[in-house]
Design a protein around this ligand. Structure first.
Ligand code: GLV
Ligand code: GLV
Length: 322
């Protein structure tokens, strides 16, 4: 029997054309994001789904997918999916780790540098015509914070956290990291979270969003960060309390932040971070290079192709279903 597969967004990459030959393929052509209601309708008749991190697959949606046999998400994170609900029905979930590691680490480091050196603020200043002779260069004009020689604290020492540590070494930074597991990475001192927050001039978040890490950087923990520290988040919004962070940035307790991910995306206009000059903002683009997105798309498709052929997905989040 030919299986029906639904793809929730047009995709880059080459492998999608191979997928089309193996199944009855339906691709959401937009415009914009797939509405949850359309997803619900499509999924009532589909055997396979290729989704994005913008598609929320909760328990009730999964319960309504009577025919569903396999799911692949074009993302490394899978906090948008109720994995337990899939596992209970024996449905494998694929993700796309590995290929986005270096690209995401580059983005984290660029946010770190931009926040430390006030690059977004400086860009706005020049662009908006404020750079005039009465408002010009002086010895303390746009002074920022040194990255070289500073201490970086990495929260989550997985592949991306380790890639950020390698970049930090090139900047002569002292690198601390917090991870549930002992990792023994050369040049990285593993410490407790409290110690990391106390000692780090820069903190970069690279852990997955789970029940254990939701609100990990809450108001109490943010209050223990080193005065004048910079926070970078390219992981997930729910890990950091945005209101507490914005208050710490407004009061000067923290120096700056570089934020790519938000509690709610797209970010609502009243998010307090949007009004702060010392926050560098990005719209969840840490893995967004042309090459990496094509590689992620191909990996996501490979997971589906394997499932269609009755093989194990090459990158499966819940292999216990097999
Ligand atoms: C991006 O946030 C991803 O999970 O791939
Ligand atoms: C992912 O979140 C990682 O720690 O590599």
């Amino acid at each position: 029997m030919i299986k029906r597969v639904f793809v929730s967004h047009q995709m880059p990459g080459a492998r999608i054309h191979e997928l089309a030959e193996l199944c009855d393929l339906n691709v959401w052509m937009g415009p914009g994001l797939l509405p949850a209601e359309t997803l619900r309708e499509e999924l009532s008749t589909c055997h396979g789904l290729l989704c994005m991190l913008t598609d929320r697959l909760d328990k009730s949606l999964i319960a309504g997918m009577a025919k569903l046999e396999f799911v692949s998400s074009m993302s490394v994170g899978f906090d948008h999916i109720d994995v337990q609900a899939l596992s209970e029905r024996g449905i494998p979930l694929g993700n796309t780790p590995g290929v986005l590691v270096e690209t995401t680490a580059d983005a984290a480091f660029s946010l770190l540098l931009a926040a430390a050196r006030r690059i977004s603020e400086a860009d706005r200043f020049v662009r908006e015509g404020h750079w005039r002779s009465e408002n010009a260069w002086s010895p303390e004009f746009f002074t920022g914070k040194d990255v070289s020689g500073a201490t970086l604290g990495i929260i989550g020492l997985g592949a991306i956290g380790q890639a950020v540590a390698r970049r930090a070494a090139g900047f002569g930074m002292k690198v601390l990291a917090w991870s549930r597991r002992e990792k023994n990475i050369a040049g990285v001192e593993q410490v407790g979270l409290d110690e990391l927050l106390l000692r780090s001039d820069f903190v970069s978040v690279h852990t997955a969003l789970t029940e254990a890490t939701r609100n990990l950087l809450n108001a109490d923990r943010i209050a223990t960060m080193k005065p004048g520290a910079v926070l970078v988040n390219t992981a997930r919004g729910g890990i950091v309390d945005e209101l507490a962070l914005s208050e710490a940035l407004r009061s000067g307790a923290l120096y700056a932040a570089g934020i790519d991910v938000f509690e709610q995306e797209p970010v609502p206009a009243d998010n307090p971070l949007l009004t702060l000059p010392n926050v560098v903002l990005a719209p969840h683009i840490a893995s967004a290079t042309t090459l990496t997105r094509a590689r992620m798309a191909d990996l996501a498709v490979d997971n589906l192709i394997a499932a269609l052929k009755g093989e194990l997905m090459p990158n499966c989040v819940n292999p216990e279903v097999y």
